[in-house]
Design a protein around this ligand. Structure first.
Ligand code: NAD
Ligand code: UFG
Length: 356
């Protein structure tokens, strides 16, 4: 069965490709590589020993999408493609609305045209804004506080309206909490551009010596140690959640929202401690002012996903940090092929290119 994965070369997409291939699905990736490298897909192939099709194309390009749907009998779409940086979305809101909202509209138009009506969509816990209480349940009020979050909310509403207009549509809206970690092989992981905004990629670059110290944003939050609390989820657990959501879509119609989180909150200092343990290194830290827009505490009630999808996160924060550290140490410069220990000959690389 063929599944179209938009944004499949990215961080969460590449890990989901591994899980999909391991579960026996055929996959077609469409990605414009605006925030990723094709190397990630070669490594997906190396991990799984299976091939996949790749189209370097933009989801805003209706002609390209049309061709992809004509060339492939696609049964469902897992839609990751989009911009995701909160700060950038404040500075460039139109770019975010265009890429995320218009991009999803183009994709839905192409799907409608070709009679493909199943979609798993990457939403975010950011839609909850400042939560009224924790743990956060799917029917708690939404109210994103930044343009990026608002694009997710708009897309959720748009997909809801589409499903009402045509009940044959079947949509899963997955609200991720804080994805971290990497595949246990150390071959794929998060490869941020420039100085990371997010906690774990930042800590990881301190550990490898690229950055001097972690700046802990705020020490007076209403939490056990004064630092912000989040629900960190291993990216491989998250990827497995997509396979479960897809299985559900294949057997029913409607629209459902699921929190994908562990249900546990950890503070910034907890994560520093876990990383120090995993890497066997001290992480120098200093406290600075709060980061504007940050909230005290956020963690999921994941009961609905457990109940309806039969999915539950299984990996703890030490494993998340160990896997991040393995990825970071094997790939200090991210996806740069010539530094890799596992590419043994030019032929190996050529073969990957051919199979994509
Ligand atoms: P990512 O940037 O690594 O992956 C997104 C991929 O989409 C990239 O490979 C990028 O090149 C591609 N892309 C972007 N715009 C495109 C377009 N117009 N056409 C084709 N390809 C395009 O990000 P990620 O962390 O893997 O996130 C995947 C999805 O999950 C995103 O929609 C993001 O908003 C959502 N999400 C991420 C997080 C997180 O913390 N990483 C949390 C919640 C939700
Ligand atoms: N933090 C620091 N120092 C840093 C970076 C982060 O102290 O250098 C703190 C933050 O203040 C926060 C915690 O670490 O308390 C986590 O921050 P992240 O930036 O890693 O994650 P956020 O919870 O702010 O947001 C992330 C994504 C959003 C997404 C959200 C929920 O950036 O896009 O998770 O999925 F919406």
């Amino acid at each position: 069965m063929k599944i179209l994965v938009t944004g499949g070369a990215g961080y969460i997409g590449s890990h989901t490709c591994v899980e999909l291939l391991n579960a026996g699905y055929e996959i077609i990736v469409v990605d414009n590589l605006s925030n990723s490298k094709q190397e990630s897909l070669k490594r997906v192939r190396q991990i799984t020993g299976k091939s996949l099709s790749f189209y370097k194309a933009d989801i805003l390009d209706s002609t390209a999408l049309n061709e992809i749907f004509i060339e492939n009998k696609i049964e469902a779409v897992i839609h990751f493609a989009g911009f995701k940086a909160v700060g950038e979305s404040v500075n460039f809101p139109l770019a975010y609305y265009h890429n995320n909202v218009t991009g999803t509209m183009r994709l839905c138009e192409a799907m409608t045209k070709h009679g493909v009506k199943r979609m798993v969509f990457s939403s975010s816990a950011t839609v909850y804004g400042n939560p009224v209480s924790v743990p956060i349940s799917e029917d708690d009020p939404v109210g994103a506080t930044n343009p990026y979050g608002r694009t997710k909310q708009i897309i959720e509403n748009m997909l809801g309206d589409l499903q009402v207009s045509d009940p044959e549509w079947n949509v899963a809206l997955l609200r991720y909490f804080n994805p971290i970690g990497a595949h246990e092989s150390g071959l794929i992981g998060e490869d941020p551009n420039g100085i990371p905004n997010n906690l774990i990629p930042y800590i990881s670059q301190v550990a490898i010596g690229k950055l001097n110290e972690l700046k802990v944003f705020g020490k007076d939050y209403q939490t056990k140690d004064g630092t912000g609390v989040r629900d960190y989820i291993h990216v491989v657990d998250l990827a497995a959640g997509h396979v479960k959501a897809l299985e559900k879509l294949l057997g029913s119609t409607g629209i459902q929202t699921y929190n994908l989180g562990t249900g546990k909150g950890h503070s910034v200092l907890d994560m520093v401690g876990a990383f120090e343990k995993a890497a066997g290194k001290k992480i120098p830290c200093c406290f600075v002012e709060r980061r504007p827009g940050d909230i005290d505490i956020s963690y999921a009630n994941p009961a609905k996903a457990q109940r309806e999808l039969g999915w539950r996160a299984s990996k703890g924060i030490i494993e998340m940090c160990e896997d991040t550290w393995r990825w970071q140490s094997y790939n200090p410069e991210g996806y740069i092929t010539h530094k890799l220990h596992y590419i043994t000959s030019a032929n190996t690389v050529v073969n990957y290119e051919e199979s994509l």
